[in-house]
Design a protein around this ligand. Structure first.
Ligand SMILES: Cc1ncc(C[n+]2csc(CCOP(=O)(O)OP(=O)(O)O)c2C)c(N)n1
Length: 282
């Protein structure tokens, strides 16, 4: 477990570079991978309780990537945690018998709790898992799910939101990656969310809104979570930048998914390294 901001940001930097390297080999959902890299690094390298060597242990926190197209950032985080080798991802990604692909598939990869990719399904399943933990008397573990903001258009999200409050699922933490873009354009031009925090509040959730690309803010909010046996589901509305860290990708609909050249990759790595060194004065 990484326990300070420097180490967590260093880990997030390494994962951004791995995502970009994969992006030279395959088209991946790079924009939405990069927007949640900080949150995902925090979850997998600090927050969640799990044992990479015993991933199905009953006393684990559960993670469901509801925006299943951002599977690569989960895989690289799991590799960083020791679940498997990062080289496995580069070798197997999008191959016929590979464990890793553009969407999360639990049939071929035991480290995936729930197969996702069809938007609007991960969150309801996460609610079901949270309810099941309660029924089994588990008062120590949480269920974390990460959704897209475009994904909020799916009606099933709101059925689940209503259900989670009704069943007092305080062991459920739902993150909304509020990056303002979908696959085809700006959220506000497709289906605007209005005040998304107020909507979750109206559904009976404990809601917190913060910058999801700021590791300090992420840590402050997760550290302040009430215990898993509390009674209100928690929504983290995280303001993020799609393509975060790579200037030509940031806030660009075109970089929802795509591939880059080797020279673009080298330029990105140089830039990311420089920015990290500048920030930390090293
Ligand atoms: C049910 C369903 N409809 C459409 C799609 C195609 N699709 C994949 S990603 C995406 C955009 C989702 O936007 P958002 O949730 O904001 O994701 P992000 O921008 O964070 O990548 C769409 C429409 C899908 N995967 N599932």
């Amino acid at each position: 477990m990484l326990n300070n901001i420097f180490e967590l940001e260093k880990a997030a930097l390494a994962i951004r570079k791995q995502l970009l390297k994969l992006c030279t080999m395959q088209s991946i959902h790079i924009g939405g991978d990069l927007s949640i890299t900080d949150i995902m690094t925090f979850l997998w390298q600090y927050q969640m309780v799990y044992d990479p060597a015993n991933i199905k242990s009953e006393n684990r926190d559960r993670f469901v990537l509801s925006k299943g197209h951002a599977s690569a950032v989960v895989s690289f985080n799991q590799a960083a945690a020791g679940c498997f080798d990062a080289e496995d991802i580069f070798r197997e990604y999008a191959t016929d018998n590979g464990r890793f692909s553009m969407h999360s598939c639990g049939l071929v990869n035991p480290y995936i709790e729930v197969s996702t990719g069809s938007l609007g399904h991960g969150m309801p399943v996460a609610c079901g898992i949270a309810a099941a933990l309660r029924l089994k008397g588990n008062v120590q573990n949480r269920v974390y799910t990460v959704m897209g903001d475009g994904e909020q258009s799916e009606g099933s999200i709101w059925e689940a939101a209503m259900n989670a409050a009704h069943y007092k699922l305080g062991n459920l933490v739902a993150v909304v990656d509020h990056n303002g873009l979908e696959a085809d354009g700006p959220l506000d031009a497709i289906t605007g969310l209005g005040d998304i925090a107020e909507k979750y509040r109206a559904f009976g959730w404990d809601v917190h809104e913060f910058d999801g690309n700021d590791m300090n803010k992420i840590k402050d909010n997760f550290d302040a979570l009430p215990p898993p046996d509390s009674q209100m589901p928690i929504a983290f509305i995280c303001h993020t930048v799609k393509g975060k860290g790579v200037p030509f990708m940031e806030n660009q609909t075109n970089w929802h998914a795509g591939k880059i050249t080797e020279s673009q990759y080298q330029a990105c790595v140089k830039l990311l390294d420089e920015e990290f060194k500048r920030k930390w004065g090293i």
